[in-house]
Design a protein around this ligand. Sequence first.
Ligand code: ADP
Length: 176
Amino acid sequence: MKKQLGEMTLEAVHGDIANQPDMKAIVNAANAELMPGGGVAGAIHRAAGPGLAEECRPMAPIEPGEAVISGAHQLPNTYVIHCLGPVYGMDKPENKLLAECYRNALQLADEKQIDSVAFPAISTGAFGYPFDAATDIALQTILEVIPDLKVVRHIRFVLFGEEDFEVYVGRLRRLK
Ligand code: ADP
């Protein structure tokens, strides 16, 4: 499902973040050490191969809200942007830290001349952020950042669960 906002295309798809071959960058819901793990980080590192962890090692650890960029190795993309989301109930203020992830990832993409970015639903898996609240923060932050973006023109949300996908579709439909 796609939503056009001026020159920006926002899109929600049901799928795997590690299988988005038409996007220049994908975002990793990383851990502080930028190492393979479960969920999104596991899928991305598996598909990228061991070179990704090797490249990331000198950039770790990162702080909640921070974003760093690497190559994509064996993934079909050019870049991976690694964001550390807040652990719900622990890293405070969690709404601001989650917003920082989306803001920093998009600013980094713009600086690197990246026109298309695919995001997973950061912090909503192992980190426990309630899905609806996290979705509101993601979309609100992206709407705030869009006027500053000179290069990014396509933002895709990749949702693993069917219900999660439907939440995004509902929210995108309601955007003006
Ligand atoms: P976090 O530790 O930031 O919570 P997770 O990777 O545990 O990150 O989960 C973040 C979200 O990504 C969850 O909604 C989870 O269902 C979803 N997810 C898990 N694997 C994938 C994948 N391969 N592609 C896209 N989304 C995924």
